[in-house]
Ligand binder design. Structure first.
Ligand SMILES: Cc1cc2nc3c(=O)[nH]c(=O)nc-3n(C[C@H](O)[C@H](O)[C@H](O)COP(=O)(O)OP(=O)(O)OC[C@H]3O[C@@H](n4cnc5c(N)ncnc54)[C@H](O)[C@@H]3O)c2cc1C
Length: 393
């Protein structure tokens, strides 16, 4: 079977759906391929997003949201807790999504804008003419499929192949992958009001544990550890250990493992006829691991640039430069800063973490965002944080 369109989007995660929605709304003929039979399932995500940023891009349907939280609680290894308000807690705090429903909802928005969504359809490679990509070969429910299009948007997640097929270097060093395990757990002691973060090298080496409430004492509980500190089964072992101490009576209803890129911005997210979006382009926050909003943001930019490039008749790499420039300006600058934080954070000992969080005990955190918190931390711990001096402005 063969088809033709203007843009093929590979992957129906938040990045792909926003790209497809934007390109279709601009009048392009868009086909979005998704290898899974159910969009959004299984969930490999803590499901936390900031409210304001989400609402700037979409109008959330009530069923997309499992819980609304008051803020974030961050625990140091010695149990000191600091509380941040929801609007200051960063890009992962505000709503806890029901991602199975959310991802499907975004794909539905793309379909409503005119995109053709094809589930159970796996992209297998790029079609080329004179060396230039002219489409995608795929497998749809056991049947080979060829789709021709001058432009391909690779939104195929952390294990992205589209980038590799197009010759874009998306290689991740082991230290730049967070190895994650997560449970959907039910326990009477789940804090339904706050997203909780637990720090400590014995519970999550060079990473953290999260417990994000999903209503009625249900929580998405998980952890991410730096790839170099991990070995097969390690993330799950540590998560079980954490569950035993924090939620000893917890019932585990789902369990998933996965990886999260934390490399900071890659050198290029474009090639002739190809743009990469979201995790595929390593546009995830390297410090927090959050990537839903950045994937959506990049998807919108890619969809917009797709329309302009096709209109201008130039989908070569130079014709896609606007995408490269805009995502770097709107997302990349933050990712680069965050990468520096991560590189510093992973070196901290438990004693350092106790000192840092302990120093905030007497501060009013209710009006402080992460940047303001860093400034205060720097004022209180100049010696420990000297390396980050240039970021404290
Ligand atoms: C454990 C964990 C916790 C996280 N917690 C948070 C959080 O709380 N907040 C947050 O903002 N971010 C979080 N993230 C990151 C977030 O999940 C990702 O950044 C986000 O999903 C990226 O969206 P995306 O569209 O780029 O990719 P994805 O959501 O991964 O979507 C990619 C899609 O492409 C499909 N696909 C792959 N290959 C093919 C192919 N060959 N053909 C067709 N389809 C294909 C996949 O099936 C998938 O549906 C977390 C990540 C992990 C691993």
């Amino acid at each position: 079977m063969s088809m033709m369109c203007d843009v093929i989007v590979v992957g129906a995660g938040p990045g792909g759906s926003m790209a497809a929605r934007t390109a279709a709304a601009a009048g392009l003929k868009v086909v979005m391929l998704e290898t899974r039979q159910e969009i959004g399932d299984p969930v490999r995500c803590a499901e936390g997003v900031g409210k304001r940023a989400l609402c700037q891009m979409v109008k959330p349907e009530p069923e997309w949201i499992a819980a609304e939280v008051k803020g974030a609680k961050i625990y140091s290894p010695d149990g000191t807790c600091i509380v941040m308000s929801e609007d200051k807690g960063g890009a992962e705090v505000g709503y806890v999504l029901e991602r199975k429903v959310f991802d499907r909802g975004l794909a539905m928005e793309a379909a409503r804008a005119g995109a053709k969504v094809m589930v159970k359809t796996r992209a297998l490679g790029l079609l080329r003419k004179d060396g230039v990509p002219v489409g995608v070969s795929a497998m749809r429910i056991g049947e080979p499929l060829q789709i021709e299009a001058p432009l391909i948007i690779g939104a195929d997640g952390v294990e992205s192949k589209v980038g590799r097929w197009a010759g874009i270097d998306t290689t991740l060093k082991l230290k730049d992958i967070e190895s994650c395990a997560q449970f959907l757990a039910s326990d009477p002691s789940v804090d339904d009001q706050y997203c909780e973060f637990f720090l400590g090298n014995s519970i999550a080496p060079a990473g953290y544990v999260w417990s994000f409430p999903k209503g009625e004492k249900l929580a998405n509980v998980g952890l991410g550890i730096m790839g170099t500190k991990s070995k097969p089964g390690e993330a799950t072992r540590l998560l079980k250990q954490f569950m035993k101490s924090r939620f000893p009576n917890g019932k585990v209803l789902e369990m998933v493992v996965g990886g999260d890129p934390c490399s900071g911005p890659i050198e290029s997210a474009t090639a002739d006829g190809v743009m990469l979006v979201g995790d595929a382009a390593r546009q995830t926050d390297p410090f927090t691991g959050g990537g839903i909003l950045t994937a959506m943001q990049a998807g919108i930019i890619a969809g917009d640039v797709a329309a302009k490039a096709l209109q201008a008749g130039n989908v070569r790499r130079e014709g896609l430069k606007e995408y490269e420039d805009r995502w770097r300006e709107e997302i990349g600058v933050h990712l680069a800063r965050s990468f520096e934080f991560k590189e510093f954070f992973v070196k901290l000992t438990d004693k350092d973490l106790n000192q840092l969080l302990g120093s905030l005990k007497r501060e009013d955190m209710t009006k402080m965002d992460l940047r303001a918190m860093l400034r205060v931390l720097f004022r209180l711990n100049p010696k420990l944080l000297w390396e980050l001096k240039h970021l404290v402005v």
